[in-house]
Design a protein around this ligand. Structure first.
Ligand SMILES: [Fe+2]
Length: 512
């Protein structure tokens, strides 16, 4: 409960307000406000970006997730946070206050430091006389620590209208060390009647409508449970902005300058709604999201942004949807990049300098080459930028990167594939695409066709929604695909679909 403000608190509030560059008039309104009539944690809480000594705590005050203004006035609201070593919040190790301001969609990002490595913590927010649910989080091990295990759950593509989040409910119950979310957290289009539930009527085009979309999705109890169960590492894909967008281009086509305004609004809303560090805070339409996380000597996870920096699409004039002829010369032009020169240079440094035994690459889609029987490939991912994929594979080979394993999303289908320079060649790495939380996948026919054509694709299932679990020890990386029985039913049970293992020092997967 929030009582009368102490002098120390008033000073802290003044400092927070000074940081947020508010006028003295806004101070008065903030300080006068002690209670909120409605419960303000309807978008839940989250943590993310674990380091060995800290983690980010996040919340966004929302009293009405369906309202365009989230049910909030323009007034700043004081939010308190606390983090403890026990679930009862008795052994508190840090606490503080922040102002949630309208300019930031009433979001709060707290970078907590000074924590102990490799252990669980529990946290909670209070605001306006209300307490948030309790969240569990954990820190990473020390960078030089010998770690015996990492258990990571990963998912992507949670189109609200297409299904319930039974996958999130099951994922939360697993209490993994870390959750990796690989994009399509929201879908930006206007509502349709075809789904099992409705999202907002209007398409996301400006900051207010993107903010509303996040609040609407985040009101889901199963999604909130998944956030409260473990720290997340997040990467976006296209639908956080616009379907199949790349750089300053959407599918329409919208003039680039106009599209970049939309991208800036979408990136701002993304930042506000995710447990990210200040480093990721967007500046106009730019937001640096690619980064790496270390889990002792055992594992390093690099996540790449394949949307913001990619060269423009190619062979559009020959395309059918996103499918272009594989023979399109620009597809294999070494001057074109899916990641952009800066990010590619960073990734090459990462895979040379990592001292970790297992090197995970989180990226948005299926990395293996797939040429359809009619000689076409998608120009929306790695196949549209074949030399970027080759450079990553060469990087792993030349740097002798230890045990590269790729995790993916976007295609709404579970895939397991080995990655080689030529189809059927010696594997350099293996990849596991973790299906989709809710979005509808590819038909059995298409998936079976892909498996028949591409010998490196070892498994595919587009009919089942779900997520992946990666268990890493010094000896092996085991990946389990968990499938929801029926995502059209709330709380549907989850079962194991398939299990694979990659052994230390041996590229290529085996069925487990
Ligand atoms: Fe998707």
């Amino acid at each position: 409960m929030v009582g009368a403000p102490s002098r120390r608190l008033l000073l802290a509030q003044a400092a927070a307000l000074a940081g947020a560059a508010l006028t003295p008039a806004a101070w008065t309104s903030a300080l006068a406000q002690t209670r909120l009539a409605a419960y303000p944690f309807r978008a839940g809480i989250a943590s993310g970006e674990p380091l060995s000594d800290g983690v980010v705590l996040w919340t966004r005050l929302v009293t009405d997730p369906k309202a365009m203004d989230a049910g909030m006035t323009r007034a700043p609201v004081q939010v308190r946070w606390e983090i403890a070593e026990d679930e009862g919040l008795k052994r508190t190790v840090a606490r503080g206050e922040r102002m949630a301001v309208a300019e930031a969609g009433h979001s709060v990002h707290v970078e907590v430091g000074g924590l102990r490595p490799d252990r669980e913590y529990w946290y909670r927010f209070t605001a306006g006389g209300h307490a948030s649910p309790l969240g569990r989080t954990r820190t990473a091990p020390r960078p030089d620590a010998d770690v015996s295990k990492l258990r990571l759950a990963y998912g992507s593509c949670q189109k609200y209208e297409s299904g319930f989040y039974a996958a999130h409910r099951a994922l939360a119950a697993e209490r993994p060390d870390l959750v990796l979310f690989l994009g399509d957290y929201i879908y930006e289009k206007a509502a349709s009647d075809a789904g099992v539930r409705r999202h907002p009527e209007v398409a996301c085009l400006d900051l207010a409508s993107y903010r509303q979309r996040y609040a609407w999705y985040k009101a889901d109890a199963d999604l909130q449970a998944a956030h409260a169960a473990a720290p997340w590492m997040v990467m976006w894909d296209d639908h956080e902005v616009s379907n199949d967008y790349g750089n300053d281009q959407d599918r329409s086509p919208t003039p680039p300058a106009e599209f970049l305004k939309r991208r800036a609004a979408a990136y701002q809303a993304y930042y506000e709604n995710m447990p990210l560090r200040r480093l990721a805070k967007p500046v106009g339409p730019q937001m640096q999201l690619y980064r790496a996380l270390r889990w002792g000597r055992l594992a390093r996870l690099a996540v790449v942004d394949d949307r913001q920096y990619r060269d423009r699409r190619t062979c559009d004039e020959l395309s059918r949807g996103k499918m272009i002829p594989a023979a399109c010369p620009a597809r294999t032009d070494p001057d074109r990049s899916l990641l952009g020169a800066g990010q590619e240079a960073w990734l090459q440094r990462e895979l040379r300098q990592t001292g970790a035994r297992w090197n995970l690459l989180g990226q948005q889609t299926l990395m293996a080459e797939v040429i359809a029987p009619d000689g076409r490939v998608s120009n929306d991912g790695w196949d549209g930028y074949a030399q970027t994929r080759r450079r990553v594979l060469e990087g792993w080979r030349d740097a002798k990167t230890s045990n590269p394993v790729v995790l993916g999303g976007d295609v709404h289908t579970f895939f397991a594939a080995d990655l080689a320079f030529e189809p059927g060649g010696k594997p350099v790495a293996s990849e596991f695409v973790g299906g989709s939380i809710a979005s509808l996948g590819r038909s059995k026919e298409i998936v079976q066709g892909m498996l028949a054509i591409q010998p490196d694709l070892k498994f595919g299932d587009g009919d089942t929604r779900g997520y992946g679990v990666v268990e890493i020890t010094p000896k092996a990386c085991e990946v389990t695909f968990r499938g929801v029985e029926n995502a059209l039913v709330q709380g549907s049970p989850v079962r194991d679909l398939a299990k694979f293992v990659v052994e230390d020092g041996e590229a290529g997967m085996k069925r487990a």
